[in-house]
Ligand binder design. Sequence first.
Ligand code: PLP
Length: 376
Amino acid sequence: MLYFDNAATTKPSETAFSRARAFALEQFYNPSALYNEGYALQSELKKARSALLSKVADESAFELVFTSCGTESDNQAIFGFAKRGNAVTTAGEHSAVSAPFAELKNRGVIEPRIAPLQKDGRVDVSALLALVDEKTSFVSVMHVNNEVGAINDINAIAKAVKAKNPRVIFHSDGVQAYGKIPVRLSKDVDLYSISAHKIGGLKGVGALIKRKSLVLPPYLIGGGQESGRRSGTENVFGIMQFAYAAEEKFSTLKADFERLTTLRERLWEGLDKSVYTRISAMDGTPYILSVSAVGLRGEVLLHMANDKGLIVGTGSACSSNAKSRYSKIVLACGYDEKTADGTLRLSFSPTTTLEEVQKAVTILNEIGQDLTRRMK
Ligand code: PLP
C-alpha cells in the first residue's frame, strides 16, 4: 500500500516503540505511587517532558503538560483562557479549535471573531490585527494548516497581537508543525499544542506547552497529576515513545524538510495539469501537497486511488465526520465549490521514497483521466 495520508496520522516509529516497550510491560507501575518502582517513573516522565519541550522552547520560560491528544490540548487552552470579551481565531483552524470557539459562542461566554485567510492559506495578518481590541482575551492562530500546509509566522503574529493588547493570551495549534518545521517559541507565545501521532508517536498522546508564568486552569480534575493541571494517570509508555520518536524526528528535521520539499515538487511536476490544479503554496510545509481535480469529486478519486493501492486524504481526516461536503479551508482560501469538492491532500513522511512518489503520480493521473472521461 502506498501511504500518502501522513497528515492524518503517521506509522509509529518502531525504534521508539522498542525503546519504550519496557514501560508498557515491565515498568508498568503507577507513576504517582509512593514505592520506589512507581516513584522512579516520575524521573522518566521528567526526562521525556524536558526532551519534548527543549526541542521548541526555552525550559526556563516554558513548561509542558501531558494530555491525551492535540484536540485536548487545544480545548484546554481555549476553555481555560477564552473567558471574556472577544476571542480571535482564523478561518483555517482545525475543528479542535473552531468547534470550541463555536461552543463558547453558544454558551454566550465570548464573542468569536474569525480572521480570513489569504489565497495561500495563511491568515490575513492585518485583518486579524484589526479584530484585536482592548476587549480581546484570547487569540489562537495555527502554526501549519493541516489541509493546505500553509505556514503562519506565529512568533511575528504573536508579537503584533501583544503590541495591540499586551493582556491577550496567545495560543497556537502546533500539531502539524512540531518536529517538521524549525521553530523556537518566543516570549509572546503563551500556549502551544502538540500531538505524538503526527511524528511517529502513538495516537492518544499529546501535550500543551505553556509559558511558566501562566496559571493554566485544569480541564480534567481528579488525582492532581501533572501538578494539578491535568488529572489522570499518565500514559507512561505513550509518553516515552513520543519522546523517543521526537528525538529521532528532530535529529533529521532539516534534512527531512529539504528532501520532502524536493519530493513534493516531483509529485506536483508529474501530475497531469489538465486534471489537477495546485492549491498548496510553494513556501508551505513540505509535508503536505493539496491539489484539486476541479470538476471531479475528491471523495470519488480517494476511493478509486484506494482500490489501486494508494491512500490519500481529501482534507482533514476529522472533517470526514462534518456535515459539509466541501473543505471549508479551501473555500476560506477563496476557491470556489468545484475546486473545494475536487480537493485531494497528499501528505508525506520522512520514509516516503521517490519510487513511491512516482507510483502515486501514475495512479493519480490514471484515475483523474479515467473519471474525467466518465464525466463527459
Ligand atoms: N490540530 C491539527 C492542526 C491537526 O491536524 C490535528 C489532527 O489532525 C489536531 C489538531 C488534532 O490532533 P489529535 O488527533 O491528536 O487530537
